[in-house]
Design a protein around this ligand. Sequence first.
Ligand code: TXA
Ligand code: MG
Length: 307
Amino acid sequence: MTGPPRITESVSRAAEVLLNGGIIGMPTETVYGLAACALDERAVNRVFTTKGRPKNHPLIVHLASLEQCMDWGVFSTSAIALGNAFWPGPLTLLVERTELVPNWVTGNRDTVALRVPQHEATLELLRQVNTGVVAPSANKFGRVSPTTALHVLSDLGDDVDLILDGGSCEFGIESTIVECIGSEIRILRPGAITASDIFDVLGDSPALDSTDSRAPGMLASHYSPVARVVLCETPEQAENLSAQSEMQGVKTRMLWHEDAGEYAERLYSDLRAADEESCEIVFAVLPEADGIGVAIRDRLTKAAHHA
Ligand code: TXA
Ligand code: MG
């Protein structure tokens, strides 16, 4: 549709493709998204078909500022406080939608997920298009999220019109989703913004509720590489199991970084590398359930679940 080059660093070119009804790979600080203008029903439909994602799984709308988000959602005092504290940043707020938000974005729900990403090129892109942009992670449905432009190219190839290259993603794990409706504050998906970060702003501890009915698309079998993922409690346990398997001629890989931030940042590219090396088993060490470790444990547990 747009001709070469398929990967670009030009924000204005990416904006032009979006405004002409195209779909693009879009960098953020968490993972790369598959972006389309939210009000363009045809383009949003293409996002669903390209990902192979069920139509009733609602999408996150990305905007350039809290002020713009307030045209799309109804913000309580707590939602405003969280937006002010963490945007731009790896937080998605689930709020009641306004009349502006079409059904094809929310899967007919009366809520909408909104986020202001913390990525210079993408913020500039959002300012240029000056409207909401939907962006689910730019992987095929159920697979590992992409954290580089090349990951998007290898997953979606010719199905996207353009990929905006914004380098590799700083956090490497999807945004924290917080439901913020009335006085109810719930974390639906853990991420880099933690329960204690939220407590610091609101003085209240949010509940954790990542059941699929609240945020469809969080099925246990998500984020799966081809290799089997086996969860381990310690690096020693992973090393031992890995050595035993290798002795039987099974190709394995160990997943572990002492620093939880680095673990998150490299998690998805490490899982992809295991598949590229045709590993049969990945022995993944669960980090402590603290800070971003909670989100890593959530994703690893899902990656380990083979439906
Ligand atoms: O970090 C991120 O959030 C990335 C980047 C690209 O921004 N995006 C992302 O989108 O992870 P996606 O579509 O892979 O995950 C969005 C999740 C889905 O599980 C979806 O069900 C939930 O958000 N969600 C979106 N709108 C919702 C709504 N109105 N009600 C309940 N859940 C919603
Ligand atoms: Mg996803």
